[in-house]
Design a protein around this ligand. Structure first.
Ligand code: TYM
Length: 371
């Protein structure tokens, strides 16, 4: 099945090389990696493993940085329910970039977007979920002095001023072409891309001098950056740069994205160890063979095995990961054993995350930006 990748839907087996062509972004090549490493000393394993794989204008951001012009980070979350492990991937990387480049992070929580997009959700509910999701952001360990989280409808005064400047320059036909809107799409959604574009220019607006933005996020968000970059000059702001990650695959299959509304496809940050165990044992798509005899003889396929794929996102140790890969591929390790390794890894990660998430409740105010 051909892939579909939009900010609201990811379907099919995503072909990332093809996506690079379709979206007109650049692949992260060894030259860019070497440039990053020059400043960071080491490469995050997300970079070493191609989890962050594409970019727009990263070289330009680094050129400016080398001249002493700092950049800030921008990323976000649309609160529809629980945060799942996939959402954390760009946030973990943002935290690494914040530490390595001493960068400020602006984090948008889009209670307005989810309210307009999902007919069954009230604004009160998306707003409440927004603050719950903010706990997961804070739990990633961001520096409170350098991190500014805002929930759109509670930061409207500032955001609205920027959004109208952008909205004036984007026509309905370009919104239709980029986002697939139709005549039955509500008019709030037509305005919405201007609101997600606005924070790209927020520090420039707040500080009154041009500042470069770097947006680390999954590639599904790229259509926003395309329109934001197209109109940047017209509104008199610098073009944002972006760095894109691949998707943590759904538990149920190697293709597509996890969904916050289909609980069997995802592990949520609030899941108990027992729930994690049950989900992985029951649903994790296996690259193993039909019988143990066949598996021992022919070996498993780590390229399609979701437990192995997930370990590439959560097992930091390259040597350990390679050993698992080789043993699974040779048939020495069975799917059941691989799943147990993943269960232990995810539960270890979540134990720490859940502790930090609870601590974050009393620190929320230190992070929230209000008008
Ligand atoms: P949302 O809430 O769908 O997703 C939040 C972030 O998680 C990324 N993501 C994933 N990354 C890896 N694996 C997955 N399976 C996976 N699923 C989602 C998304 O790319 C996103 O970075 N409209 C946005 C909210 C937003 C935003 C932003 C995101 C507002 N401003 C600026 C990024 C940057 C949204 O619906 O994200």
């Amino acid at each position: 099945m051909a892939h579909v990748v939009t900010p609201w839907e990811v379907k099919g087996n995503v072909d990332y090389d093809k996506l690079i062509q379709e979206f007109g972004v650049s692949k992260i090549d060894p030259k860019v990696l070497a440039r990053i490493q020059k400043h960071t000393g080491e490469l995050h394993y997300f970079l070493r493993r191609g989890i962050f794989f594409a970019h727009r204008d990263l070289n330009f951001v680094l050129d400016e940085y080398e001249k002493g012009n700092k950049f800030f980070l921008y990323t976000g979350r649309s609160p529809s329910g629980n945060t799942h492990l996939g959402h954390l991937i760009p946030w973990i990387f943002n935290k690494w970039l914040q530490d390595k480049f001493n960068a400020e992070l602006y984090f948008q929580i889009t209670d307005d977007e989810k309210f307009m997009y999902r007919p069954e959700l009230s604004l009160e509910e998306t707003n409440r979920l927004g603050y719950e999701n903010a706990l997961d952001v804070i739990a990633c360990g961001f520096n409170p002095k350098k991190t500014f989280i805002f929930v759109d409808t509670d930061y409207g005064k500032t955001l609205y001023k920027l959004s109208v400047k952008i909205a004036k320059k984007v026509t309905a036909s370009s919104a239709k072409a980029v986002f697939g809107f139709t005549d039955s799409t509500n008019i709030g959604m037509y305005f919405w891309p201007a609101v997600q574009a606005a924070p790209c220019y927020l520090p420039t607006f707040l500080k009154g001098k041009p500042v470069r933005t770097l947006i680390p996020a999954a590639i599904d968000q790229d259509p926003y950056w395309r329109i934001t970059r197209d109109i940047a000059e017209k509104v008199g702001f610098p073009k944002p740069a972006a760095i894109h990650n691949v998707f943590l695959p759904a538990l149920t299959g190697p293709s597509g994205k996890m969904s916050a509304s289909h609980s069997e496809t995802a592990v949520y940050t609030t899941d108990s160890p027992e729930v994690v165990e049950k989900k992985i044992r029951k649903y994790a798509f296996s690259g193993g063979r039909d019988t143990i005899e066949e598996h021992r003889r022919l070996g498993g396929n780590p390229d399609i095995d979701v437990s192995y794929q997930w370990l590439t996102f959560f097992e930091e140790d390259d040597k350990k990961l390679k050993k698992i890969h080789d043993e699974y591929k040779s048939g020495k390790m069975l799917t059941g054993e691989l799943k147990e390794i993943l269960i232990e890894k995810v539960n270890g990660f979540l134990k720490e995350h859940q502790r930090n998430r609870e601590k974050a409740r009393k620190n929320l105010d230190k992070f929230i930006l209000k008008d």
